[in-house]
Ligand binder design. Structure first.
Ligand code: FES
Length: 157
């Protein structure tokens, strides 16, 4: 299935491109815009990003597969990411990860049958000083306890 950016998004990419000295440096902004439009980054989307920026496809692939904010498949309406890296691990990150998986009956990178929830174990999300933390889509929740996690997950329904 082919993918083309909308005219509006092409303009956004052009604006973003002006902020950086090279087209390669604009790849993260462009991938973000692509994910907003398509929901996830497929092979076709990566090809279009490379084409629009005039860069090699491998540069797009390396960014998409490195950062957990980008997805190569469609995730749930609420994508719950749980950090289990050192600071979060030391403050209960693995217990929270088990709690989240059990809550939805899902394993890593799985999506519920109704498309509402998906879960992902992630490495450090840069909020170590507020560990343990989770993210729901683009919202961070920090200094968590199991009770607070339960409240957050219940509020998503
Ligand atoms: S270790 Fe969890 S946010 Fe850094």
């Amino acid at each position: 299935m082919s993918f083309k950016f909308t005219e509006e998004n092409l303009k956004r990419i052009e604006q973003s491109r002006k902020k950086y000295p090279t087209a390669l440096a604009a790849v993260m902004d462009t991938v973000y815009i692509a994910q907003e439009q398509n929901g996830y980054i497929s092979t076709e989307v990566m090809a279009e990003i490379a084409d629009v920026l005039g860069i090699d496809k491998v540069n797009v692939l390396s960014v998409v597969t490195f950062y957990t904010m980008y997805h190569t498949k469609l995730m749930g309406k609420y994508h719950v990411q749980v950090c289990t890296n050192v600071s979060c691990m030391l403050r209960g990150g693995y217990e929270i990860w088990e709690q989240v998986k059990n809550k939805f009956g899902l394993d890593n990178m799985q999506t519920s049958a109704d498309g509402k929830f998906s879960v992902e174990e992630v490495e450090c999300m840069g909020a170590c000083g507020f560990a343990p933390m989770i993210a729901v889509n683009e919202d961070f929740y920090e200094n968590l306890t199991k009770e607070k996690v339960e409240e957050i997950l219940d509020s998503l329904k």
